[in-house]
Design a protein around this ligand. Structure first.
Ligand code: NAX
Length: 356
């Protein structure tokens, strides 16, 4: 008799046949902090971290969850739900309102929590409230975190918050403080894939330059699209320079506002996915792709030094490196200068607040 599905002769398995599997080697658990843990981004992010999507399938995690004291009741509900997920990689959970407890011995920190913009609040007021939070959290990280901790700032204004956090944690290398522009990067990649009618994985090397704000510069000029196994430049494949300089740029810049208009709440699922992507690539490497990360600027591409600026980077062995040698067109120069100027101004305002 042949097999019903493939028509081949059935394979007779000897009773004595033993299938030997490689033993799975589990690493020792690492401690991972998430701030704003009772908020909407964390609600998606925590599952991704605890399920192995960020640090790999053989890396157990101990979650340290920080939020403010009035949110401890809500946070307790999140802790209950994490337990109810019965996740094999979740070694333990510590909910707390104390930054020093939250950051003790952590190998990775997702700084998501921040003060939301309230009605009538000026941009400067928001900056000032958040700079204070990130100053305090920098001091706590400096005191109790591992010195090789990798820190991702998501809470806005993310770039400048990361800069301030680093300033108040001088014992941790500046390279270990990054800001999230991966959501913008993923949005840009998705827009190009849609325009070209290809799966999103077939587009790579888009770049987000500068600030995670409306001055960011989404740049497709070095992006590649895989067509039939061959990488082709996106600008040639799109064949519409005007689109790449206008609609593409503004769609990505304004995507957050479009999601708020539709959902009546800001991006959370996609923000959590982007935070996972950022940290996973930082820990496990980028392979043959560039990713966008807000990192401390060394002045590359004529950008202001010592601000946290989003660049194209590659990561090997846990260390990021800015992609070098790209040609900057006159249009790109103008866009880089606008976002660089905004970051320099934010830095000046933030340092002013820190003096108090
Ligand atoms: P939610 O308001 O849902 O949650 C924020 C949480 O942070 C709240 O539970 C709040 O109690 C907590 N929090 C406030 N102050 C804190 C402190 N000092 N320590 C610890 N926790 C504190 O906001 P959510 O939608 O989760 O967004 C969080 C942040 O991400 C916001 O600043 C938002 O602007 C920013 N975003 C950044 C993005 C990026 O690409 N960099 C994209 C998504 C998002 O807009």
């Amino acid at each position: 008799m042949s097999c019903f599905c493939c028509g081949s002769a059935p394979r007779i398995v000897e009773e004595t046949e033993i299938i030997v599997k490689e033993p799975v080697v589990m690493a020792a658990p690492i401690k991972v902090a998430v701030t704003g843990a009772a908020g909407q981004i964390a609600y998606s992010l925590l599952y991704q971290i605890a399920s192995g999507a960020v640090f790999g399938p053989n890396q157990p995690v101990y979650l340290h969850l920080l939020d403010i004291a009035p949110m401890m009741g809500v946070l307790n509900g999140v802790v209950m739900e994490l337990a109810d997920c019965a996740l094999p990689l979740l070694a333990g959970v510590l909910p707390t309102a104390n930054p020093e407890e939250a950051f003790k011995d952590v190998a990775a920190a997702f700084l998501v929590g921040s003060m939301p913009r309230k009605e009538g609040m000026e941009r400067k007021d928001l900056l000032s409230a958040n700079v204070r939070i990130f100053k305090e959290q920098g001091q706590a990280l400096d005191k109790v975190a591992r010195k090789d901790v990798k820190i991702l700032v998501v809470g806005n204004p993310a770039n400048t918050n990361a800069l301030i956090c680093s300033k108040y944690a001088p014992s941790i290398p500046r390279e270990n403080f990054t800001a999230m522009t991966r959501l913008d990067h993923n949005r840009a990649q998705a827009q190009l894939a849609d325009k070209l009618g290809v799966p999103v994985r077939d587009v790579k090397n888009v770049i987000i330059w500068g600030n995670h704000s409306s001055t960011q510069f989404p740049d497709a000029s070095n992006a590649l699209v895989n067509v039939g196994g061959i990488n082709k430049p996106v600008p040639a494949a799109v064949n519409d320079d005007e689109y790449l300089k206008t609609t593409f740029v503004t769609t990505v810049q304004k995507r957050g506002a479009a999601v708020i208009a539709a959902r009546k709440m800001s991006s959370a699922l996609s923000a959590a996915k982007a935070a996972s992507d950022h940290m996973r690539d930082w820990f496990l490497g980028t392979g043959d792709r560039w990713v966008s990360m807000g990192v401390i600027s060394d002045g590359s591409y004529g950008t202001p030094r010592d601000v946290v600026f989003s660049f194209p980077v590659t990561v090997t062995n846990g260390k990021w490196k800015i992609v070098e040698g790209l040609t900057i067109s006159d249009f790109a120069r103008e866009m880089l200068d606008i976002t660089g100027k905004e970051l320099a101004e934010e830095k000046r305002d933030a340092l002013e607040v820190c003096k108090d």
